[in-house]
Design a protein around this ligand. Structure first.
Ligand code: HPA
Length: 273
């Protein structure tokens, strides 16, 4: 058994010793979107620090807890705080939770993030359904020996953001009377924000939003057969669009302001799964 597989089994065994929940839905909460975790009922919480082989998140607005509980009566596992490449972790480390979720029996993974709006029709506070992505991180989490127990060497990415889940998300937004934008997410490593020249280039490539996460987890999830749904909260217009600098405060504040709409949308999606 490979080291990765063995470690994953150890983490799963620890989780099993702490909770009886067996959720098929996992939710990763992005910057400023962590409050959804407070909506869960009958929660079993595990700190990342307790979990064997699982790294802790150091990013602002990220709690570092794995929550098992009920959302609208359905079993879910929530990552309140994610790991980022810019924190200095390896691609393997930041996608480790996805591998654990696969072994836990998760079938659908909802990835959320804060992102800068590249599409000029967007406004801060908008929610965007991710239709596809561009990996501009210069790394792929599947590099290195392939773990056959998880998936194949050359992983298909044609339907990286599951069309059937996207349909459910659009229906959920419509039922709530919410405007849900759609577009391509481009991922950079960060932690510096982009330059205006980079944003122009990304726009010419067809990207609508930019951020520093999600893509590695989406690749790892596709590799191990988990369906992905991605939702970006457009927390700011990307660099160079408005004549003002980008700040982390704006990102976190807008994320929190959109929190209620985000929570309503995710809850409705979970109900329909
Ligand atoms: N760029 C990259 N990541 C981000 C941004 C941005 O403008 N906003 C929130 N996360």
């Amino acid at each position: 058994m490979s080291q990765l597989l063995q470690q994953t089994e150890e983490t799963v065994a620890y989780i099993r010793s702490k909770t009886g929940y067996k959720p098929e839905i996992a939710i990763v909460l992005g910057s400023g979107l962590g409050q959804l975790g407070e909506q869960l009922q009958h929660v079993d919480a595990i700190n990342y620090k307790e979990l064997p082989h699982w790294k802790s998140s150091t990013a602002p607005g990220h709690n570092g807890r794995l929550l098992f509980g009920l959302l609208d009566g359905k079993e879910v596992v929530c990552m309140q705080g994610r790991l980022h490449y810019y924190e200095g972790y390896s691609m393997e480390e930041i996608t480790y939770p996805v591998r654990v979720m696969a072994r836990l029996g998760v079938k659908n993974l909802l990835l959320s993030n804060a992102a800068g709006g590249i599409n000029l029709d967007f406004a801060p506070g908008d929610l965007m359904l991710i239709t596809d992505h561009i990996n501009f991180m210069g790394k792929n989490p599947l590099m290195g020996p392939n773990e056959d127990a998880f998936g194949v060497r050359f992983c298909d990415m044609s339907y990286a953001y599951q069309p059937s889940l996207r349909k459910i998300a659009l229906e959920a937004a419509q039922e709530l009377g919410q405007n849900l934008q759609q577009g391509v997410y481009v991922a950079t490593t960060g932690p510096s924000y982009e330059t205006p020249a980079e944003i122009k280039m990304f726009r010419s490539w067809g990207a609508s939003a930019v951020g520093m996460s999600t893509v590695p987890e989406t690749i790892a999830a596709n590799h191990c057969g988990i369906n992905v749904l991605g939702i970006s909260c457009i927390t700011n217009m990307a660099a160079g669009i408005l004549d003002q600098p980008l700040t982390e405060e704006e990102v976190l504040l807008t994320g929190e302001k959109s929190g209620a709409a985000f929570q309503a949308l995710v809850t409705r999606i979970v109900r329909k799964l």
